[in-house]
Design a protein around this ligand. Structure first.
Ligand SMILES: Cc1cc2nc3c(=O)[nH]c(=O)nc-3n(C[C@H](O)[C@H](O)[C@H](O)COP(=O)(O)O)c2cc1C
Length: 390
């Protein structure tokens, strides 16, 4: 990655035709450190790259001469109708890409009629997101070393009416994202090169830094020790919140105290999927955390068939990582996934154009899904099945 040289302005995102084009606009719109935070994977980034390559290797076999003039992509998830088989994945620090980024993402999801997952590490509090966005909201949970703080988030999410709790199971030990770390001379302090780069992004400075300062972790800020309440202190403190002790006992605890849908995110094998089922979970996300945790982890799409075979009829199965095209999404649905979570594509939209940019990212994906349905001889998501796969 190289630092960007020219100031990038305007509504360039509106002209982008694909998520890859939107990614390039996002890269030019926000400072380097902020973009690399989104983009990076862990260590050698083998998993990050493999996530998309594994999708590339699957081919589609269309059926022909079927009247698909009237088609739609509505489907049902946990008994609720959603307008596309998509869910916006939880991502922390969205406020580094656009002012009140969490609200922008949640509103765009509500506009399309799909769920939005709010990260524990959001920059707008879970109550404010619920108040300002409406729509179907899921709360992502890191079970942290401080279990009282964890309980506090669960109770607040319950009170604010979140439909589901998404327990992220693959962040027991924090991943090493080297690109991201190289931008700092010490934790949370940018190096000189990146400080200069920030100065070259006045639009970002006026959108984010001038009104509110460096975004804070609003869900947990009040419970952080005083030394962690500065922007720098907060960022350095966060990795310490992750708890290597988390176990299936925590899932039992969550099942006892959380009244609505419980989803485990970070499942990559059939035995763990069965465990989630037996402990009364409602769904799983087959996920390797966007290639940001264990490097060399399998791509979710590789293990999806065996997971579907073992629990697909009893659990709602979502999948994520590397989905950039409508064809990718249809491949996962054809394998039996109920929906696909998307992370970076909507973050590119957020960085490039705020809420309107997220709408644009979602519109690219839904337009592609619609086209692929037509081209494969499907009138709806129900028509998509393993017969389409090679
Ligand atoms: C910038 C960024 C922040 C993330 N933060 C979280 C988080 O707070 N909680 C979580 O469960 N997953 C987090 N993830 C992982 C995503 O939820 C999701 O699994 C992944 O991004 C999907 O892959 P994709 O980005 O290739 O679509 C994050 C991913 C990115 C890119």
């Amino acid at each position: 990655m190289t630092l960007k040289r020219k100031y990038y302005s305007g509504k360039s995102y509106q002209r982008t035709l694909s998520i890859e084009e939107l990614r390039r606009v996002a890269k030019k719109t926000v400072p380097n450190f902020s973009f690399e935070y989104v983009e990076g994977g862990s260590e050698s980034e083998r998993t990050l790259q493999w996530n998309s390559r594994a999708l590339d290797e699957i081919k589609l076999v269309p059926n022909t001469l079927i009247d698909t003039s009237s088609r739609h992509q509505r489907t049902s998830l946990f008994g609720q109708e959603i307008n596309s088989p998509l869910v916006i994945a939880p991502t922390g620090l969205n406020g580094m890409l656009s002012k009140r980024g969490d609200v922008a993402l949640a509103r765009a999801a509500a506009r399309l009629g799909i769920p939005f997952s709010l990260s524990t590490l959001s920059n707008v509090s879970l109550e404010e997101v619920a108040k300002e966005s409406g729509g179907k909201l899921w709360m992502q949970l890191y079970v942290m070393t401080d279990r009282e703080l964890t309980r506090n988030i669960i109770q607040r999410a319950d009170k604010a009416g979140y439909d589901a709790l998404v327990f992220t199971s693959d962040a027991n030990v924090f991943g090493q994202r080297e690109w991201d770390q190289r931008n700092y001379r010490e934790p949370a302090k940018l190096d000189f090169r990146n400080m200069l780069d920030v100065a070259r992004h006045p639009r970002w400075i006026f959108n984010i830094l001038v009104p509110d300062g460096i975004p804070k972790f609003e869900n947990i800020f009040d419970r952080m020790p005083p030394e962690a309440r500065t922007a720098q202190g907060g960022i350095a403190f966060v990795p310490k919140l992750f708890d290597a002790k988390i176990s299936w006992e925590d899932v039992k605890w969550l099942r006892d105290i959380w009244p609505r849908k419980l989803i485990i995110k970070g499942i990559l094998n059939a035995a763990d999927a069965k465990h989630a089922l037996h402990l009364g979970c409602d769904g799983i996300v087959v996920s390797n955390h966007g290639g940001r945790q264990l490097d060399s982890a399998v791509a979710p799409i590789e293990v999806l068939p065996e997971i579907i075979e073992s629990v697909g009829s009893k659990l709602t199965v979502l999948v994520d990582n590397g989905f950039r095209r409508g064809t990718d999404i249809i491949k996962a649905i054809a394998m039996g996934a109920d929906a696909v979570m998307i992370g970076r594509p909507t973050l590119y939209g957020l960085a490039a154009g705020g809420e309107a940019g997220v709408n644009h990212a979602l519109s690219i994906l839904t337009t592609e899904i619609d086209r692929v349905l037509g081209q494969t001889g499907c009138r709806s998501i129900d028509d998509v099945g393993p017969h389409l796969l090679r």
